[in-house]
Write a protein that binds this ligand. Sequence first.
Ligand SMILES: Cc1cc2nc3c(=O)[nH]c(=O)nc-3n(C[C@H](O)[C@H](O)[C@H](O)COP(=O)(O)OP(=O)(O)OC[C@H]3O[C@@H](n4cnc5c(N)ncnc54)[C@H](O)[C@@H]3O)c2cc1C
Length: 466
Amino acid sequence: MKDITDPLSARSGIASIVDENIKTKLDIYGQYSYWVEDDYTPKKPQLLSHTDSIKGKHPSEQTINRKLYRSAKNKYDKLLGYHSGLYHGHVKEGDYRINGTSGGFATWTLVQLLKSKKIDGVLCATQASDGDGILFKYRVLHTIKDIQNASKTKYYPMELSGVLKYIQEHDGKYAIVGIPSFIYEIRLLQEIDPIFAKRIRYTIGLICGHQKSTKYAEAIAWQQGIEPGKLKDITFRVKNENSPPNEYMSMVRGIVDGTEKTLYSHARNNIVSNWPLGFFKIAFSDYIDDVFNSTADITLGDAWLKEYEEDKLGNNIIIVRNPEIQKIINTGIKQKLIAVKAVDAATAIKTQKGNIHHHIDEASYRFRRRKDKSLRLYDKYVTAPSITFLKRSVQKARYNISTKSHIYYAKAVSKNDWSYFEKKIKRQALKYQLIYLVIDSKKDGIRTTFQKISNRLFHKKPNQDR
Ligand SMILES: Cc1cc2nc3c(=O)[nH]c(=O)nc-3n(C[C@H](O)[C@H](O)[C@H](O)COP(=O)(O)OP(=O)(O)OC[C@H]3O[C@@H](n4cnc5c(N)ncnc54)[C@H](O)[C@@H]3O)c2cc1C
């Protein structure tokens, strides 16, 4: 078989639904790829192009948002799209918040849809146990308990071909949870396939800084002594009484010297968990700008706001677009099942400062560098004003880290030597830190910058998205 994946494809698995001769499987770098027999010739190039979020010629996220949610009642913002409600807060009912990644809203919303019989099943990212070494997969879930067990963010690659095949074969009403490019590709698929238009009734969108390969989980574990192939489970964000939500702590369970161990580590002590550096990023993440998942019925993310910095249990930013889901939220407020504050667009946007800088403000650098005119957003970003030298340097450093981490890691595995990866990648990370040293000292002065560095060194300052 041969790999025909475009390097910037979102790798959602939808190509396998459009053309059943395309199989979606992991490649050696731990990212999903499209595989075909050697004598394959594409039979449906137009449909494949229509459902390709990065390259195809099709309605934009803004057009779909307008088509689905424009109404006299809804407000509009350029970044958030049409929406009926903006909130931040968390779920009060039950254990949704403590078991969730942020405020527990994704799982709670799905359960409300199931309880009220608006859906029969949910397409969720959940633990996998197929014995193929893949830790998490999308599954179709039909019970409240299973949906609750699927809570928590998995910084792990996902693909939809298996669950979409299930929907094709089983009539019913379904909801799906997904990152922006996946929800967008689902919307595009719904345009060309009435089965999915009818059966996928609700879309729960997550905000997504970037998608990781499977090697991200593997590397977090290997740094702690669990060798590749011996990791059995990982929780990427454990809620922890002693640290704020933006200071991620992970749990890994796997085999060390023949014994099963469960180990915890803080992002600040585990080089690959430093989120803004973008280790093991899958390339497409850098070529989308729909930060707020604007084609989804509700979008959820972390409420990265100053007022919540010390709130260890986590909070969501909540952007509601679908009237049925708005009713669920209104009932939740009335019955005191959720604790939310209505906010304005500026506050909602403020929660994602780092993502907006990276995905929108500084995107022109990446598009110009790529020089691939078939990229959907190419013209928009190559004609955008150029960014400063220092910002270009940040982007270049991030690009080097994300692309080189895949290659250095594969080599470290073939040498069975973690230190090879660590040594090579630390050099790249150091360059990034040095650029930020210059940026911070220009902004805050040398004295404050050194104070910040000392805070970071002595673990007083969390590892935040920039
Ligand atoms: C790869 C990734 C990157 C993210 N980056 C950001 C970011 O930069 N900024 C930000 O504010 N928020 C980000 N998020 C969203 C954030 O981590 C939370 O998922 C979101 O706030 C919802 O939290 P919750 O407590 O309401 O969800 P929970 O109640 O914990 O439920 C989470 C739901 O998401 C599903 N899910 C988990 N992982 C995946 C996945 N990989 N793909 C599809 N579905 C999944 C689960 O099955 C579950 O239904 C990211 C999420 C992912 C998956």
